[in-house]
Design a protein around this ligand. Structure first.
Ligand SMILES: C[C@H](N)C(=O)N1CCC[C@H]1C(=O)O
Length: 621
């Protein structure tokens, strides 16, 4: 198939073969990113021994940075290196960062006295911070480039295939995220080390590092098959200068006597190419539309914080397995993997059959509405929890009353996240006496156990030790969170998958990655809003906070739908082609305008009061 710019690409079932390498690359990269992220807070807390506040702030700052750096990657790609080289170079930076994280988590490196704890914590802190910085640069830098590079592989006649590509791309993101958030916590729970055995953070970071290397190799293997659009010089520099000129020129001619122009960017026509101005208008139009969007991510990203905390007050016993509160988050990628194909092959075609034009912006509006609905569900569940119980703990609280006249040492068996954990085993040790007993616990319950004075060597602890339930177990089941997860994920499919494709299709050819970065910036701002709102709005009841967020998103959703109503979809290729056809005329026009501008400036210097002459000249232009 001959692609855009005459590029001849191999095809399989109507799709360019090259996209296979791109989606596999995305899968491995997201595995690497989400896998590392899944154990990061625990690494801060238990390995670096930071307190909860420091661990949480550094974690959120890192996540926000990962969605801020796309703008850097996009500028480098669109203006200088091109997407292909940018992805390669920044993937190397990314992989080095992941390796640095894995090395920083090897406690043996500085454990000179071999007691299991590092002796030079500064080394581990510095190395991990350098690692995180490189990862943020790498993951953020390549993210807008990979999505846009994938879109570039399709010809203009393959709009349908390109839409499907963005859906498959999103499936790969979530496939990688799902697998890694299951696997890396298991790896972390292993014990490893040379001199002493400790929790294996190095393995939990090492496997994502390996996956990043795989991502890079897969991407390089596809090298010969890609369509590689050439960067068009310092496009971002030109854009900034052009916007700056339009503003200053508009300001200079602010007096009412100058005829107004259709768009404020048209004031740049005196000096700049009409094509560049048209391209800037396209980008600004979309960026303006993005202003309300961070609110969606503000709600979305609370899955990992507020909703997980909510789950800690709920009963996670699903019969065969017991779900940990933080494991509820995996419901999101699981639902993505089911909902994306259903939406693409059933819901959207059905809506089309009903004669409805479900445009991308309408989908995004519905997506926002569904996210608001998810928070209403969360509020209802919260009220249910508040009514059912008063205390806020998921961990089983146990205390022992020792009836013996000598001290007893009590330890408990380790709780492994994927095994049934409601049965806990306690080990009692006092002099020669050593025995164990097991009890079943309900989530959130609290018990007091009595160690009888008669307990002696050879006693059966299982029978001798009695217990009393102090606090009843959580009675509201975690399954009640499924509706809120369903709505937020259905919202994400409509909002995020569509937004990704919309950002590509509405971007001019030389600013595809830049607009992808603009889209990812909405995620970063959304994360900052979570931090701010959590600090500022300290509402007494959790359910009222959920209602507040739902209402805020609903307002934003209404504003967005009004903005979307006035948005006219464009075909950037067609517009660019139109301008390119007139390039000869444009050059003459530009030179003419440049000359006129220079003359006008000279004239104004000579006679500032003579404005009528200029006015006449402008209307003629
Ligand atoms: C894991 C999420 N379902 C998801 O796919 N994303 C959250 C932010 C954007 C997107 C991603 O690219 O990771």
């Amino acid at each position: 198939m001959v692609n855009k710019s005459g590029f001849n690409s191999k095809e399989v079932c109507g799709y360019p073969l090259s996209i296979f390498f791109i989606v596999v690359n995305e899968f491995c990269e997201r595995f690497s990113y989400y896998g590392m992220r899944a154990v990061l807070v625990l690494y801060f807390k238990y390995f670096l021994r930071w307190d909860d506040d420091l661990a949480t702030s550094i974690y959120h700052t890192f996540v926000a940075l990962c969605y801020l750096t796309p703008i850097l990657g996009a500028i480098v790609a669109d203006s200088w290196l091109g997407k292909f080289k940018t992805i390669i170079y920044l993937s190397i930076v990314y992989a080095i960062g992941q390796v640095a994280m894995a090395v920083s988590a090897i406690h043996d490196i500085t454990d000179t006295d071999r007691d299991g704890t590092p002796n030079n914590m500064t080394f581990h802190v510095v190395l991990s911070m350098v690692g995180l910085f490189l990862i943020a640069l790498g993951t953020g830098g390549i993210k807008p480039c990979v999505a846009a590079f994938g879109g570039d592989q399709f010809g203009d006649h393959q709009e349908r295939q390109r839409r499907t590509f963005f859906s498959v791309f999103y499936l790969c993101i979530n496939g990688g995220s799902l697998l890694s958030t299951i696997i890396t916590p298991i790896l972390r729970a292993q014990n490893c080390g040379i001199y002493s055995k400790q929790k294996c953070y190095s393995l939990a970071f090492g496997v994502p590092a390996a996956l990043m290397v795989v991502a890079l190799v897969v991407f390089i293997v596809g090298s010969g098959m890609y369509y590689k659009a050439k960067p068009e010089g310092n496009i971002m520099g030109d854009v900034c200068k052009c916007i700056g000129f339009a503003i200053s020129n508009r300001y200079k001619h602010r007096s009412k006597q100058y005829p107004s122009r259709e768009h404020w960017m048209d004031w740049a026509e005196d000096k700049y190419d009409k094509l560049l101005i048209a391209q800037i208008k396209m980008v600004l139009k979309v960026l303006f539309l993005y202003i309300p969007l961070p609110m969606f991510w503000t709600l979305f990203d609370q899955k990992g914080s507020r909703w997980t905390l909510q789950a800690t007050t709920m009963d996670g016993n699903f019969g065969a397995i017991v779900i940990q509160p933080d494991q509820m988050q995996t419901v999101n990628p699981i639902l993505i993997l089911t909902l994306v194909p259903i939406m693409d092959s059933v819901i959207y075609p059905l809506i089309k059959k009903c004669g409805l034009n479900f445009t991308p912006l309408k989908r995004m509006t519905v997506g926002m509405f569904l996210a608001a609905l998810a928070f209403v569900c969360a509020a209802v569940v919260q009220i249910e929890i508040d009514v059912s119980r008063k205390h806020l703990t998921y961990f089983n609280l146990t205390q022992f009353v020792n009836g013996m006249n000598k001290p007893v040492n009590v330890s408990t068996s380790e709780i492994f996240p994927f095994l049934i954990i409601i049965r806990a085993t306690f080990f009692l040790q006092s002099g020669q006496l050593s025995c164990a007993f097991s009890r079943d616990f309900g989530f959130g319950s609290s018990y007091t156990f009595f160690i009888p004075s008669t307990l002696s060597l050879g006693s059966n602890c299982q029978e001798s030790i009695t217990g009393a339930e102090d606090i009843k177990p959580n009675s509201v089941h975690m399954a009640l969170q499924v509706p809120q997860y369903f709505f937020i994920t259905a919202g994400e499919v409509m909002f995020s998958v569509t937004g990704l494709e919309f950002s590509y299709s509405q971007a001019p050819s030389n600013m595809k990655a830049v607009l992808q970065a603009g889209w990812l910036l909405t995620v970063a701002i959304g994360n900052f809003i979570v931090l701010i709102v959590a600090e500022v709005a300290k509402l007494p009841k959790q359910w009222t906070e959920y209602v507040l967020f739902a209402s805020l998103l609903l307002c934003v959703c209404i504003i967005f739908s009004i903005m979307a109503y006035f948005y006219t979809y464009i075909d950037p290729t067609e517009i660019e082609a139109k301008f390119r056809r007139n390039v000869g005329d444009d050059d003459d026009d530009k030179n003419d305008k440049q000359r006129k501008l220079e003359m006008e400036m000279m004239k104004r210097d000579l006679d500032r009061s003579d404005d009528e002459h200029y006015k006449g000249k402008q209307t003629k232009m």
